[in-house]
Ligand binder design. Structure first.
Ligand code: SF4
Length: 380
């Protein structure tokens, strides 16, 4: 190992041991805690994750508890964190760990990496943080730090670059210190060598940082742009109950596979591209929505535009226009009994209290809560 590398590993470790943040998953060495925290931290900020982490472990304190829980409960505990396939995969993998390894996360790189939803980064994080094994954990933060420090100009969006950086990161792990060193790298990326404003002047490895010396700390890492999310326009129906269902809202469950599988939502439809969202007047839009609802056996009359909302998933951007609707069938409960096609879509009338039982994606959680808030204020 050359001096630039030795210096990096040594100084980083010293800095980390003096400055590490007190994070709940660091308070005790428990592979299950490390695993849950690493899955939650994917695409999500530390501050956001902390309360979720506490609640999740209170509800599911062990691998077995998670494995045995109904999926609905797990999704509910994840509600608001987004990327729900993470929660589903985590539970599926917890079941594997329960059945195949007696509920103990195995101290074995191959076995850990074969668990559902556990990719090379998470494998490295679990093996190093929880078991102190010298396995690199390379994510976007680590690639940024190492690209800058070693002044690497390879495109970090390419898998071959990641593989090369993994070799480099592995070589840098000081003997017997994998847990602290990998966390130190992550910590440096999170606190000092940040994407837009690296704090080089207080960085523990600035002296030998080739990117900084070349004045390229803001140029690196090189990353080709991912494709922007595909825009989709949607009309949604906020169907307000009458009679026995007065004050309730009709929600439906998403299919068992695909985006946001089995979560609950307001019924909505994809607007054909040529129709457009902005170009279409509300009467035509409400007509289209009425027809789409009817094709699912739900007879409603949209009568007024309520609100516009947007949400970006990793690959799709939804622009949604929500219309208030009234149920048309004489018995409002029966409006969703006949379901078109060969699959059954479940619909339910829900009150504000029922929101506690069902898991909603953020977009709908906010819309429905907003509706209940406004309607209660109106009544009050
Ligand atoms: S000196 Fe600057 S660019 Fe280099 S690792 Fe430190 S913060 Fe990043």
């Amino acid at each position: 190992m050359n001096e630039q590398k030795r210096y990096f590993s040594r100084e980083l470790l010293i800095w980390y041991r003096a400055n590490r943040r007190d994070l709940p998953w660091r308070r005790q060495q428990n592979p299950y805690y490390t695993w849950v925290s690493e899955i939650m931290l994917q695409q999500t900020r530390v501050d956001t994750v902390i309360p979720y982490f506490h609640r999740f472990l209170e509800k599911f304190p062990t691998v077995e508890a998670l494995a045995d829980a109904p999926e609905e409960e797990v999704l509910k505990a994840w509600e608001g964190l987004g990327y729900y396939s993470r929660a589903r995969n985590l539970q599926a993998a917890a079941r594997e760990v329960k059945e195949q390894y007696g509920g103990q996360v195995p101290d074995d790189k191959q076995k850990v990496s074969s668990l559902k939803g556990v990719g090379p980064y998470t494998t490295g994080a679990i093996m190093s943080i929880a078991f102190n094994r010298p396995v690199p954990a390379v994510d976007g933060n680590v690639m940024r730090v190492l690209s800058r420090y070693f002044r690497l100009h390879d495109d970090i969006a390419k898998p071959s670059t990641r593989v090369n950086i993994e070799y480099l990161a592995e070589e840098l792990i000081p003997e017997g210190c994998a847990s602290d060193f990998n966390q130190a790298l992550m910590e440096l990326g999170a606190l000092i060598c940040t994407p837009k404003s690296p704090a080089c002047l207080i960085c523990p490895v600035m002296e030998h940082c080739a990117g900084r010396i070349a004045g390229e700390e803001l140029v690196l890492p090189i990353k080709t742009k991912a494709k922007p999310p595909k825009p989709e326009q949607r009309y949604a129906a906020l169907i307000v109950g009458t009679g026995a269902h007065a004050g309730k809202v009709l929600v439906r469950q998403r299919p068992a596979t695909g985006l946001l599988a089995r979560m609950w939502e307001l019924p909505h439809m994809l607007v054909p591209k040529q129709a457009g969202l902005i170009g279409m007047n509300d009467d035509a839009a409400m007509d289209m929505l009425r027809g789409a609802m009817l094709s699912e056996g739900v007879q409603v009359k949209p009568y007024e535009r309520w609100v516009d909302a947007e949400h970006t998933f990793s690959h799709i951007h939804w622009r949604m226009r929500v219309f208030l609707c009234e149920p048309l069938a004489a018995d409002a409960a029966s409006i969703f009994k006949q379901v078109a096609g060969d699959h059954e879509t479940e619909y339910r009338w829900i009150s504000p209290e029922d929101m506690e039982q069902l898991a909603f994606p953020n977009l709908f959680l906010k819309l429905i809560n907003d509706y209940f808030k406004t309607s209660l204020q109106t009544i009050g």
